[in-house]
Write a protein that binds this ligand. Sequence first.
Ligand SMILES: Cc1cc2nc3c(=O)[nH]c(=O)nc-3n(C[C@H](O)[C@H](O)[C@H](O)COP(=O)(O)OP(=O)(O)OC[C@H]3O[C@@H](n4cnc5c(N)ncnc54)[C@H](O)[C@@H]3O)c2cc1C
Length: 486
Amino acid sequence: MALLRCTTRLALRTPRRQLAAVPQTVSDDEFNKIKDELTSFMHDRIYPNEQLFLKQSHESRWTNGKEWTHPPLIVDLMQEAKQRGLWNLFLPADSAQLAPKGTHLGRGLTNLQYADLCELMGTSVHFEFAATACNCASPDTGNMETIARFGNEQQKEKWLSPLLDGSIRSCFAMTEPDVASSDATNISIDIRDDGDDFVVNGRKWWCTGAGSLHCKVMILMGKTDPDAKAFAQQSMLLVDLANTDGIELVRPLTVFGDDDAPKGHFELSFTDVRIPKSNVLWQRGKGFEIAQRRLGPGRIHHCMRCIGQMERALATMAQRAMKRVAFGKPLAARDSVLEDVARIRCEIDGCRHLVREAASLMDRKGNTDLETRQRLSLVKALVPHTLQSIADRAMQLHGGAGVSGDTPLTHIWATGRGLRLADGPDAVHWRKAGQLEFERQRASPLAPYGSYAPSRDAPSFRSTTDPLSEEAASFLVEFEALMKSS
Ligand SMILES: Cc1cc2nc3c(=O)[nH]c(=O)nc-3n(C[C@H](O)[C@H](O)[C@H](O)COP(=O)(O)OP(=O)(O)OC[C@H]3O[C@@H](n4cnc5c(N)ncnc54)[C@H](O)[C@@H]3O)c2cc1C
């Protein structure tokens, strides 16, 4: 088991929900060894097995009917990743300090260090194939960090430890079919008090991961206090899926026709579902606040992986352009293709820079800092969109092959497109980033120099009735006569 190398000096000296700085406890040399190991794992075990992973994932729905489980390949790779010290790499040192001792705590990396590794994992197709093998896939990473930060000791023992071990999976149920869920204040599934229990009635959808039999715990957000202030009406509850009556998996949703088995994205109904009040996360009425804070890790991991997907799309495009000859020249020799490739390089490096900067801000200033939040909103809005656009150009260069299943490009394109909604729509992230920009601009040192006010005291240019010079007057007379006669 890869153990967290953090010193007791650092442990738990800061209040658990206000952790601001993630200390770098893994030296650059040690980090490079982890990266080398992950690189070998990718080349030995991930890339050669991509087709098998997709085949087994798709087969799982036929061979197991409604009982979807991990493909056999993933079961093997999870064990191997654990043995190779590539397990739970996502868990930052500060969250790991809060996890139960004796579980798999990862390597104690910073978010910035993880950014490089997550990008590398993101070069695989499917984009969470390597991440799943290394226990670094969504929605579990966001859920694990949420339970680490907001769960009590019993909740962590019960749910966080098995999640970190990889023996169970989780899902996150926030979005509802009947309300615009990009605005979290709309979330309205009914949660009523009944003695020591809550009773839940209503519907959720797009619950990623709920299709798997390994998924044993759900974080459910709903309305416990409709009369409280707008941001204090919601609570988050931990739901024991295997032992709670009244929850129906209504149907798997599809993304561009793919049900994403064996994880799936499900519509769920809740009928008189009883959940003990002891299952509330953090405190009643804190659901909205937890949702805000959960967005940091959940969001940025997808963006890190997207950079890997961009590199994969560009590599695929470049190979094709160098080999394919049209009108007497390889496509790679055409100016428009050269420009496309150069522009894509700029786009990838620009996105990577922003993502690494956001990760570094998370390490240095924490997720709730305004600058961090703006960077997170910016990358969430920009990166999936850029991925989609790069995949689109790579598809075009491939001609008909580009839209076929013979390259990873349709998959990469669909990933970018889906992610433009999955953690909240682009428009909402741009909106948040724009609002935070206005806050920054109020304090900008350049604010006083923005506009130039003309002096009201200076003599004016001329008055409309000023007498004209002889030249100007005769020019006007000649010009007007010319216009009349021509
Ligand atoms: C593949 C996938 C996986 C997902 N996984 C999960 C999951 O595990 N758990 C979960 O709870 N949810 C999940 N979701 C749901 C996702 O988070 C929501 O779809 C998303 O937050 C948008 O909510 P909505 O669908 O209700 O859209 P709405 O809120 O109805 O918004 C619709 C559109 O309105 C526009 N819009 C909204 N607000 C503004 C604004 N302020 N300015 C301008 N335009 C605006 C946007 O274009 C937006 O796309 C997933 C979605 C997908 C596609």
